[in-house]
Design a protein around this ligand. Structure first.
Ligand code: RFL
Ligand code: PHB
Length: 394
């Protein structure tokens, strides 16, 4: 069994989009980092997740030098469709909020970030086990982990906890300091990926008597569809035929008639959760992305909120190394949480509007319809929705 010690300025735990983006942005300012990832690169790149990028994230990917393929292959969406029963209307992001979003898969963002890290000679250690953060509340933190049979140590100035909801970083903050807020939704999303053309050139957020559905896409030949499902369902319970049948019953009839179906190439179920931990900083440890907060996917905010955390931390660390000021890192938690809670509110609101809840009364259903009618016909309501969907400023 060997032992090794490395040294860096910022130790980053987690090689998902938050950790990689932070590493690459810090590199542009000459700040050194090491990324520790529990899984293999192939495993990380097999996860199918987000599809909608706000302008803020696009700008950061540009700054990181990782936006060429996104600009070549991503699709700019100036609006989205919302349907209930056979009623369908459009929210025009350009007209209502003066901005657009880009449809480009998180898998591709992550692939581009790995390529950039590799080209820059960035250090990423895969397959790490038993990561422990030591002395985060002191002035000289260090990390230990195991890799194969070796015990390894990293000495660093700061630790970025980018290790997702199930990571170790958040758990390192003592319970006496940490406060957690959570809402579990009584349903999940069953998602499939299929090599078929999308049913519409824009996303359709659909609600119906049978529950929520979302028609999304990755490109002209690759579609991503979701339906609200029971938490007790497993993907194996759903044949492709049953999935398509159920999706068709939840979208307007003319969309259902033109839907092209085919075999699924991925099928998975995600539970829906709202979660925030406060504070997002403890001493020299900073939490970013899903390590600190989770949103239900309905508002497409998870990856985008991770990106705004990375932005605030990147600004703070850059100011620390360049100008020798701690102002940016001292205000990190408050700034990040300010934006996080607004994304939580939007995701919770949009989820509540579009899903069927097991204990919903007839009155509750009327409220949902009234709110959908208001959104369909009221410009101010559309402005609020569009501003949140394209992303609040940071
Ligand atoms: P990730 O992606 O979970 O990455 C964390 C990484 O840390 C590693 N890790 C560890 N590494 C070392 N040591 C440990 N002890 C470790 N523990 C964990 C993990 O292996 C992993 O590689 O978190 P990150 O980087 O903060 O990124 C967050 C996003 O992945 C997430 O918010 C989004 O995917 C959420 N999301 C969406 N976000 C959007 O902005 N727009 C969308 O359209 C959108 N759609 C979605 C989504 C999430 C979904 N699921 C599956 C929950 C759709 C779905 C279905
Ligand atoms: C996706 O394409 O995976 C996607 C798009 C929008 C959402 C959630 C997921 O709100």
């Amino acid at each position: 069994m060997g032992k090794s010690t490395m040294k860096t300025q910022v130790a980053i735990i987690g090689g998902g989009p938050s950790g990689l983006l932070l590493a690459q942005l810090l590199h542009t300012k000459g700040i050194d980092s090491i990324v520790l990832e529990r899984k293999t690169k192939d495993y990380v790149l097999r996860r199918i997740r987000a599809g909608v990028l706000e302008q803020g994230l696009v700008k950061m990917l540009e700054e990181a030098g990782c936006a060429d393929r996104l600009h070549a292959e991503g699709f700019v969406h100036d609006g989205t469709q919302v349907s209930y029963g056979d009623e369908i209307f459009r929210i025009d992001f350009k007209a209502r909020a003066g901005a657009s979003v880009v449809v480009y898969g998180q898998t591709e963002v992550t692939r581009d970030l790995y390529a950039a890290r590799e080209a820059a000679g960035g250090r990423i250690v895969f397959d790490v086990e038993d990561v422990v953060i030591h002395d985060a509340d002191g002035t000289v933190p260090h990390i230990t982990y195991r890799k194969g049979g070796d015990v390894c140590r990293i000495d660093c100035d700061f630790v970025a906890g980018c290790d997702g909801f199930h990571g170790v970083s958040r758990q390192t903050i003592p319970l006496a300091v940490r406060r957690e807020y959570e809402k579990i939704y009584p349903f999940g999303w069953l998602g499939i990926l299929s090599e078929t053309p999308p049913v519409h050139h824009e996303l359709i957020y659909a609600t119906s008597k049978r529950g929520f559905a979302l028609c999304s896409m990755r490109n002209d030949h690759l579609s991503r569809y979701y339906i609200q499902c029971s938490l007790s369902d497993s993907p194996g319970d759903w044949t492709d035929a049953a999935f398509w049948e159920e999706l068709k019953r939840r979208i307007p009839v003319d969309m259902a008639d033109s839907l092209v179906t085919g075999p699924s190439i991925e099928k998975s179920i995600a539970p829906l959760r709202s979660f925030v931990t406060e504070p997002m900083r403890w001493g020299r440890l900073f939490l970013c992305g899903d390590a600190a907060h989770i949103v239900p996917p309905t508002g497409a905010k998870g990856l985008n909120t991770a990106a705004s955390d990375v932005y605030y931390l990147y600004q703070g660390l850059t100011a620390f190394y360049r100008d020798n000021t701690t102002d940016g890192i001292d205000t990190y938690s408050a700034k990040a949480l300010g934006r996080v809670w607004k994304a939580e509110r939007f995701s919770w609101w949009f989820s509540s509007l579009l899903h069927r809840y097991p204990d919903q009364s007839e009155f509750d259903l009327k409220m949902q319809i009234a709110e959908l009618e208001f959104l369909r016909t009221n410009e101010a309501a559309q402005v609020a929705m569009a501003q949140n969907y394209v992303g609040l400023p940071y």
